[in-house]
Write a protein of this length. Sequence first.
Length: 306
Amino acid sequence: MAEGTTRTATVTPTAGGRGARRPALSPSRASDFKQCPLLYRFRAVDRLPEVPTKAQVRGTLVHSVLEKLFALPREERMPERAKDLLHPTWSELAEECPEWMDLFASGEGEDGADETGAAVGAWLETAGELVDAYFGLEDPRRLEPEACELHVETELSSGVLLRGYIDRIDVAPTGEIRVVDYKTGAAPRQIGEAKAMFQMKFYAVVLWRLRGVVPRQLKLMYLSDGQALAYTPDEPELVRFERTLEAIWQAILRAGKTGDFRPSPSKLCGWCSHQALCPSFGGTPPEYPGWPEPDPGEESALDRAD
Ligand code: SF4
């Protein structure tokens, strides 16, 4: 599937433009609420800042490079060409988010060497390894995605608005759709697999409702360990999953009215940036600021690159 597909314009429906968007559910925030309602509150309602890890920023970089790779003529989509994109793409990202440079800041060494530059260089090499791993999984010269980093949004009949970004969509000449997601995180595949499949089913529901076609394949490409996982959803499954999303959104709205977002401790707390404010760790959350307007469901670039 998706060999020799054609690039077409994809209309991204929006609800009133970026300035006044309705609250919507995104896969990352839905996962947050499922994992821990208080984590959802900290991220989507309080919008507390989180310092990204180098691995998260590297994921954003690699996603961006792969998007640029598919904008090149097919014959140029080679590993060295892709790795040549790393440096300029990082420069662009660092200009947009200068605080990310703090992750590497160490100043000058005793001999006057630029230790920050060396740290960035070593980190870019690890990003290059992920790019190499991508080429070990498929040959991009044989693909012509319909879209990369596609913003999608749809409203279910219940009124729940779903919103997110899809890494890549391939559409075969026969119309079969493949949804592709690149995973760049350092965590072993098994740890994040359920969360990743939740995200893919979310996108499958959105595309099914937007286009009337159940995607033929959901493909996860794990670049850290060079493995891919493909899954074929069916319509009854997506109907059930849609109900799950509606139930999650209703639970979020109920908690949003009262501010009752409870902590739900788990082994995943080790990755939570907000333990100091969490009652399960002896902290006290800030006063509930009320349900935010206009959009508590937005995903960041870092969310999309996990
Ligand atoms: S530390 Fe754990 S329980 Fe507390 S907010 Fe974070 S994820 Fe939830």
